[in-house]
Design a protein around this ligand. Structure first.
Ligand code: 0O2
Length: 229
């Protein structure tokens, strides 16, 4: 996990000059960049809150059941260029305020579980906490995407407590099994690698792989049930 809140590249600076400042004066741009960095810091705090919550759930589950349901936790802050791309795609005004109001996935946390049942158990445990507000659920496990993508997505609002204020921040949580995660990583690689021509045959093969991985998850879950863990 990266510990710096947000580090600006030269490219980010240029993007700021183009999109976030009406006035190309250096001080205006600096102020806009400072506000953006502060907002990113708040999102990072929200991810830290959620990461701790999942670590606590993992710990308590392991005390009760002698196994850990979480195999890995990954966090990421959306990069400035993909924020701008998403705002433009959705035809949303390019301003700092509109980021917070319109994008739910600036902060993302991915929870990778051993078993499909753990995905729902952890989602339920998190959502029953009284400081968590559920904003949206997309269950791509019960209803996979047409390409075969499976994962449970939750958009939640979580409070962060700053020196003089409390702020509610929205975070996208993706919960998935190890099999779902390796499928998604492979699909992402094949689809977005510049030198690969992504053919219809490859898309069909990937869809079949997704069905096999769903079958694998089912079998692993029934094994888990048999040994009662
Ligand atoms: P990144 O860098 O991974 O975050 P919305 O946000 O509601 O306007 P969107 O973006 O379609 O609409 O939301 P959705 O369907 O919940 O998907 C958001 C994220 O899920 C994506 O983030 C991916 O991480 C993952 N995802 C969704 N569909 C697929 C898929 O078909 N294949 C793979 N590999 N991942 C997928 P981003 O923003 O694309 O990028």
């Amino acid at each position: 996990m990266n510990n710096s809140f947000y580090s600006f590249s030269e490219n980010d600076r240029k993007l700021f000059e183009i999109f976030f400042s009406d006035n190309p004066e250096a001080t205006e741009i600096r102020t806009a960049m400072q506000s953006f960095t502060r907002l990113m810091a708040y999102y990072k705090c929200a991810m830290m809150e959620l990461e701790t919550k999942f670590n606590v759930l993992n710990e308590e589950f392991s005390l009760r059941h002698d196994r850990t349901p979480i195999s890995a936790i990954k966090t990421r802050l959306k990069k400035l260029d993909s924020i701008i791309r998403k705002l433009s795609k959705k035809d949303i005004p390019l301003s700092l305020n509109s980021l917070e109001d319109n994008l739910n996935d600036i902060a993302g946390i991915r929870i990778i579980c051993s078993f499909e049942r753990d995905v729902y158990m952890l989602a339920d445990a998190l959502l029953s906490q009284d400081d968590i507000t559920l904003i949206e659920t997309k269950d791509y496990i019960k209803s996979p995407k047409p390409n075969g993508y499976r994962s449970l997505h939750l958009i939640v609002s979580v409070p962060i407590f700053l020196l003089h204020e409390k702020r509610s921040m929205r975070v996208e949580i993706q919960l998935r099994t190890i099999a779902m995660d390796s499928w998604a990583a492979l699909e992402h690689q094949l689809k977005y690698k510049k030198d690969i021509n992504f053919t219809e045959d490859m898309a069909n093969d990937l869809y079949l792989c997704s069905q096999l991985s769903a079958e694998l998850d089912k079998r692993m879950d029934s094994l888990r049930e048999k040994v009662n863990i």
